[in-house]
Ligand binder design. Structure first.
Ligand code: IMP
Ligand code: MG
Length: 178
């Protein structure tokens, strides 16, 4: 599906806006940790993969990375309230400086449950970095320390964000107004 087939769309952030901001977040993250800190970045698939790949190249700290896949039905939680992982890193996060990387915070439900579950595994530190934040979440227990941009409360696609799996490849972020 091409983006032109959506007749109502609005440019939100250009490729240039994104590139500049990703570099500046990289600098903020670099400066937040001592030079010998070993960072572990955990990206939520699939939405974070484009952001993650650019972000890591602007970090000047030793890093390792992995991804997580969380079930989205029942808000991704089991009946016990635990987040349901379809894929989680094999390595231990205990004692590591962990940064969860996601594309966008909407209701915040995913991050709330995920961070609670990760915090229980005793990382040395746990922070969240998101590209976009709609600022509509109520009861957001884990406020992201690094936010690329505020986002309008609209449906956004591009730079990893999808609509029915389409448009992840767009180098910019647009709103689908339909
Ligand atoms: P939350 O748990 O409601 O915060 O859901 C966040 C997840 O929903 C994000 O990681 C995205 O995968 C998806 N999402 C939320 N808003 C949008 C949007 O505007 N466009 C594309 N995906 C979105
Ligand atoms: Mg997502």
């Amino acid at each position: 599906m091409s983006i032109e087939s959506h007749s109502f769309q609005k440019m939100i952030y250009s490729a240039e806006d994104i590139a500049k901001r990703v570099v500046s977040i990289g600098t903020e993250i670099t400066n937040a940790y001592p030079s010998d800190a070993d960072l572990l970045l955990l990206g939520l698939l699939k939405g974070s993969f484009v952001f993650m790949s650019d972000l890591i190249r602007s970090l000047e700290r030793p890093i390792q990375l992995d991804f997580m896949v969380v079930a989205s039905y029942h808000s991704g939680m089991t009946s016990s309230g635990e987040v349901q992982f379809l894929y989680k890193p094999a390595i231990s996060i205990k004692g590591r400086h962990v940064i969860v990387v996601d594309d966008i915070v909407d209701s915040g439900a995913t991050l709330n449950q995920l961070c609670k579950s990760l915090a229980a595994k005793e990382p040395a530190s746990l922070e969240v970095c998101v590209l976009l934040h709609k600022h509509v979440a109520v009861d957001l227990e884990w406020e992201p320390r690094w936010v690329g941009f505020g986002a309008p409360n609209e449906f956004l696609v591009g730079y990893g964000l999808d609509h029915a799996e389409n448009f992840r490849n767009l180098p910019f972020i647009v709103s689908l107004l339909n």
